[in-house]
Design a protein around this ligand. Structure first.
Ligand code: HEC
Length: 117
């Protein structure tokens, strides 16, 4: 294969990767899976269980999520982690984007969830 072709192919792959990543926030998806998924299910499933207002309330100040998880050391550790703090805004945005009534394509019902990728 000549060099030119290789470059074109690499370029096409790169564009596809960037494009794919924009469909939804892949990185945040993984962070939520890691920090919350064990107890709350997949991020899309979790997000759609609450409406925008509820998510705003839970994220209004740091204390709310800590209070909610007071009895659960593992959860407490996660919501107080550096990682959570670092991604806090992105996590909230993800939840809002995929919340109940948001009409997100990824929305799901009790049986089927977030399998669009
Ligand atoms: C180790 C398990 C665990 C982890 C990890 C965890 N939670 Fe929870 N979470 C719980 C439990 C248990 C409750 C209380 C459920 C109840 O009272 O019905 C809860 C409740 C909540 C609630 C209150 C509303 C509801 O659905 O009951 C929110 C919001 C919430 N968690 C968000 C999060 C977020 C965001 C993360 C990740 C950063 C997270 N949780 C990680 C166990 C966990």
């Amino acid at each position: 294969m000549n060099n030119f072709l290789v470059k074109i192919i690499l370029m096409a792959l790169l564009i596809q990767t960037i494009h794919g990543a924009e469909k939804y926030d892949d990185k945040t998806f993984r962070v939520i899976t890691k920090l919350c998924g064990k107890c709350h299910g997949t991020p899309f499933y979790f997000a759609v269980q609450k409406d925008e207002d509820s998510w705003m309330e839970y994220f209004e100040d740091d204390q709310t999520l800590i209070d909610v998880h007071k009895k659960d050391p593992q959860a407490l550790k996660n919501v107080q982690s550096k990682r959570f703090k670092y991604f806090r805004k992105d996590i909230l945005k993800f939840f809002l984007d995929n919340s109940q009534y948001s009409g997100a394509v990824h929305g799901c019902d009790a049986n089927f969830c977030g399998a669009h990728h």
